[in-house]
Ligand binder design. Structure first.
Ligand SMILES: C=CC1=C(C)c2cc3[nH]c(cc4nc(cc5[nH]c(cc1n2)c(C)c5CCC(=O)O)C(CCC(=O)O)=C4C)c(C)c3C=C
Ligand code: FE2
Length: 494
């Protein structure tokens, strides 16, 4: 018979007066971890007490007992084609499962091997609106994120009304951008392709894994991916944010959401997880970037005269200066490493770094991309290769902001030859490197957070919340409708 290495959690409730063999508390507490047992299901029998068709043998990973409910975590092998076993594994219901120890001769079978892992890889990304109708609600989700608009504690209650106002103000400008790139963000499609490519790269390394996509601000939301991970009974998870460099506003925000979800859930809070917080220093990523830059340089008539212009997504200056966001340092180191790699290949072009896509009435990381482009044109730079550096798929800020707005500005400013490095997407050396990163992260997986059961209940007073929301909305309304603030959110540049 074909065998499969599945894992499952079998729960059973002890029925009063049941005569299930060895299914009492004493039995469970005496079963040592690592002991092989045989499982029987009462549901597979014809009569109430007339079990027992053996379903499989399993390894006891852990068990716990209480007066009313016993719980054992058992691991495969299970027979893949057996519908009853599948049902047990997929079922949330309590099954009456009797167990008894059996002699080695019954338990052992040479063609069955035990692997005790079902690996999951969760790719985290930003998400983007798929249609123009999605733009405003997408922006609402983005601005409602306390890691995107960081309000002082006292003003936290303003987060949602502010998000509503800013998203409505910003939507027309954003819609123009998405309309210019075909009516929606390509992020979901590209991230799905990357997920599939990583799954196949892992398979080529003999690692069978399910790869999930969890977006922060649009579908498929991280919460949906986590639900699927639970349904699939994943036993070890690697979390891989698709941002090479760490920022509080990107990886930080996504990981915070994960921690919140995991804390609420008994299964997730115990799931071994490894989170890769940044990976810009990986040689595979650096050399893949260098390959792409090299290829694009070759397209210029005089490659050695081209200015390599790294354009990173900006963050407000306060993130770096007040909140200690390592984003700027990591970005600079990343660019240093790429330039070193190019140098090692005999490419010694001039290069520069600037930050794009600022929004709102605060100072962002400088220098700003638009200002530097104008300066370079004025200084007489004639050939320029733009390199988007903070993201690994094409999106609105590469396809619209760089390819349209910045290209236009550069050509207007005196730059004659313009090129742009494509995002890494599914470049095979890059995907292989991400798969390596996953494999390397597996051994360090450990439980992410304590379960909410173990922590105190948070206080929640709905009346207080509503009062705050009401007065907050009024305050936000007056604050936001000052002309300069409105202008700042409506446009990238103000
Ligand atoms: C590393 C990448 C990114 C950082 C850092 C980042 C910070 C950040 N972004 C905003 C505001 C907006 N971002 C928007 C879109 C957007 N942002 C990133 C990446 C980073 N953001 C991407 C890849 C995208 C595009 C998604 C897509 O649809 O393809 C938008 C919406 C578009 C627009 O209106 O310009 C906003 C708004 C802030 C405020 C911020 C840091 C605090
Ligand atoms: Fe952004």
């Amino acid at each position: 018979m074909e065998t499969a290495s599945l894992s499952g959690v079998l729960s059973y409730t002890k029925l009063p007066g049941s005569s299930l063999c060895n299914s009492d508390d004493r039995f469970w507490s005496s079963v040592p971890r690592g002991r092989r047992i045989a499982c029987f299901s009462r549901q597979s029998s014809n009569g109430f007490n007339g079990f027992h068709k053996p379903l499989s043998k399993a390894l006891v990973i852990s068990n716990s007992c209480s007066k009313t409910r016993n719980h054992a975590v058992l691991k495969g092998p299970f027979f893949r084609d057996d519908p009853i076993q599948k049902k047990i594994l997929n079922s949330e219901a309590n099954w009456s499962v009797g167990v008894c120890t059996l002699g080695e001769n019954v338990v052992e079978s040479h063609h069955v091997h035990v692997t005790d892992e079902k690996i999951g890889v969760l790719l985290l990304n930003l998400g983007g609106p798929e249609t123009l109708q999605d733009v405003q609600p997408f922006l609402y989700n983005l601005f409602a994120d306390p890691d995107i608009i960081r309000l002082p504690r006292l003003f936290k209650f303003l987060q949602r009304p502010l998000a509503k106002l800013i998203s409505v103000l910003r939507a027309p400008k954003s819609k123009e951008g998405y309309a210019a790139i075909g009516g929606g963000s390509p992020l979901r499609k590209i991230t799905d392709e990357q997920a599939n490519a990583i799954r196949m790269a892992l398979e080529a390394k003999n690692v069978n894994a399910n790869v999930y996509v969890g977006m922060r601000y649009w579908y498929p939301f991280t919460e949906e991916a986590i639900e699927q991970i639970k349904r699939d009974r994943i036993t070890k998870l690697v979390v891989l944010p698709l941002y090479p460099q760490f920022s509080i506003s990107t990886t930080g925000s996504s990981v915070r959401v994960l921690q919140d979800i995991f804390r609420e859930d008994a299964y997730l809070s115990r799931l071994p997880v490894s989170v890769i917080l940044s990976w810009y220093q990986r040689q595979g990523y650096i050399s893949s970037m260098a390959d792409l830059i090299n290829e694009e340089l070759e397209k210029f008539a005089k490659p050695e005269e081209v200015m390599i212009f790294f354009s990173a997504h900006g963050v407000p200056l306060s993130y770096v200066e007040d909140a200690g966001d390592p984003y700027k340092d990591q970005m600079e180191e990343c660019i240093y490493l790429i330039m070193q790699e190019l140098k090692a290949r005999g490419i010694a072009n001039d290069h520069t770094l600037a930050y794009q896509s600022r929004v709102g009435p605060v100072q962002w990381l400088k220098p700003y991309t638009d200002e530097v482009l104008v300066e370079l044109g004025q200084k007489g730079v004639k050939s320029l290769l733009a390199v988007p550096i903070s993201f690994v798929s094409e999106h609105i800020e590469t396809l619209e902001e760089i390819d349209m707005e910045y290209k236009h500005l550069a050509l207007e400013s005196g730059i004659e030859n313009w090129g742009r490095v494509p995002a890494l997407g599914c470049t095979s050396s890059f995907i292989t490197d991400l798969a390596d990163a996953v494999v390397e992260a597996l051994p360090s997986a450990k439980a992410l957070s304590a379960s909410r059961e173990d922590t105190e209940e948070l206080e929640y007073d709905p009346m207080r919340y509503l009062v705050k929301l009401f007065f907050g909305s009024i305050l936000a309304f007056f604050l936001l409708l000052t002309p300069s603030v409105v202008h700042a959110f409506r446009n990238h540049i103000f």
